[in-house]
Ligand binder design. Structure first.
Ligand code: IZC
Ligand code: ZN
Length: 418
């Protein structure tokens, strides 16, 4: 068999292939892998996965010795606020004085401060900034990212953000999946007129559909932002218009957004720090994937983290994400999030790897193209300078990525972007 590249002598080749669907509950304890593995691809497509000793029939243009290394699918970061203007380091002093995130927002800061900066930024500014962030993500081993709008809260800027996502997806190696988050905050001029504002955001959906600007619609269901009732109405209308759903649920105050997510059929429910036991039970039985963001809890300086253990016990398919955004988690480092999942969510290394690969892929409806290695799929592959998979979340604070292939093309070599 003639191939372009053959990676062999891999200490552990993590396929993350659980058959169909995400890894749920008990299944999350298992991480499908091949010790002494090999993987080969041709024209960007995986053509062989197996043991190194079974590769004698393979004639490769390039053979890469991965002794002492592990190989995984390209990681998936399923919750980011990629496109925005400015940054919010000026709010750190308030934060250290103990002013809560939602109070900063209520005072016109937080998300609303980023809205101002995003309005000021040109499309070119936003493209350049997003590309820089995506480049960093790629060097950390991420090959698929979800990106939300939500820093416009009016037509022009929301569409500007979504068009930026569409453009960067076209020419950056990372696949970017787009979400419309027009319902991210209430502009101060709409105070008391939440329903009118949400109606106006819904009116953008036909344009978004026509220009293929987003696959998902999301809402920030939170005290002082949008209620469970408003979120239900908004999401159901978006669903009727053919969008898949996401929700920022129970991030800071427990409102019942987790239950709502399962009720209306959200593909994912994100944050869930304050999810009720009823909500967690529903996640265990339903299809909605909990996307947990421990980096955000850390950066908000909170003590109490999402109850990943109970979600897994109840049978849910937990996924992990950075929540990369300028306020509550300004980092693109998914490997740091893996360590936080280990220490703060008490997830095992197996659960963590499933959480950043196959489950994350399903949480953005990309389970059939991302998050696992299988013959016939595109070669989105990360080579890690780590002797085993547990080493990556354990040995924290450094980047373990050696190489990244996207569709079979070497895009990161020796840890450096090509
Ligand atoms: O800019 O603060 N939680 N939205 C909801 C965010 C965090 C992003 C931000
Ligand atoms: Zn978010």
């Amino acid at each position: 068999m003639k191939v372009d590249r053959l990676l062999k002598n891999i200490n552990q080749l993590l396929t993350c292939d659980h058959g169909t669907g995400p890894a749920r509950g008990e299944q999350m304890h298992t991480l499908p892998l091949i010790e002494g593995g090999a993987i080969a691809f041709k024209d960007g497509v995986i053509v062989f996965i197996g043991k190194s000793e079974d590769t004698t029939h393979i004639d490769a243009i390039e053979i890469i010795d991965c002794k002492g290394k592990i190989v995984s699918p390209g990681l998936v970061d399923p919750h980011t606020h990629l496109v925005h203007g400015g940054s919010r380091e000026h709010e750190i002093a308030l934060k250290l004085q103990g002013v809560p995130y939602l109070d900063i927002l209520a005072q016109g800061g937080g998300i609303l401060s980023t809205v101002e900066k995003t309005k000021e930024a040109t499309e070119e500014d936003l493209i350049e900034k997003s590309i820089n962030v995506l480049n960093t993500m790629l060097t950390y081993g991420v090959t698929t990212v979800e990106a939300k709008s939500g820093y416009g809260l009016e037509e022009e800027t929301e569409l500007k953000q979504l068009r930026v996502v569409k453009k960067v997806n076209e020419f950056h190696p990372i696949t970017v999946v787009s979400t419309f988050l027009g319902a991210h905050a209430l502009p101060p001029t709409y105070k008391g007129k939440e329903d009118l504002f949400l109606e106006e955001m819904l009116q953008l959906l036909p344009i978004i559909k026509k220009e293929e600007l987003a696959q998902f619609v999301d809402i920030f269901c939170e005290e002082g932002v949008f209620s469970v009732e408003q979120s239900r109405d908004f999401l159901l209308k978006a669903k009727e218009m053919g969008f898949q759903l996401k929700i920022h649920a129970d991030e800071i105050v427990s409102l019942g957004g987790t239950e709502l997510a399962v009720e209306v059929g959200c593909t994912s429910a994100d944050h869930l720090v304050g999810a009720s036991s009823m909500g967690i039970e529903m996640l265990g039985k339903g299809e909605t994937i909990p996307v947990l963001l421990p980096g955000t809890t850390f950066y908000l300086n909170k003590e109490s983290y999402a109850n990943a253990r109970e979600m897994i016990n109840q049978g849910a398919a937990v996924a992990l994400a950075t929540d990369y955004n300028p306020g509550s988690n300004p980092t693109e480092n998914i490997q740091l999030i893996m360590t936080m999942a280990l220490l703060k969510l008490k997830m095992t290394p197996e659960e963590i790897w499933n959480g950043v690969t196959i489950n994350a892929a399903h949480s953005i409806n990309n389970g059939d193209v991302a998050g696992m290695l299988r013959i016939g799929r595109m070669a989105d592959i990360v080579v890690w300078d780590a002797p085993n998979y547990a080493y990556v979340p354990y040995r924290y604070g450094k980047n373990h990525v050696d190489a990244v292939y996207k569709n079979g093309v070497l895009v990161v070599k020796d840890g450096v972007l090509q």
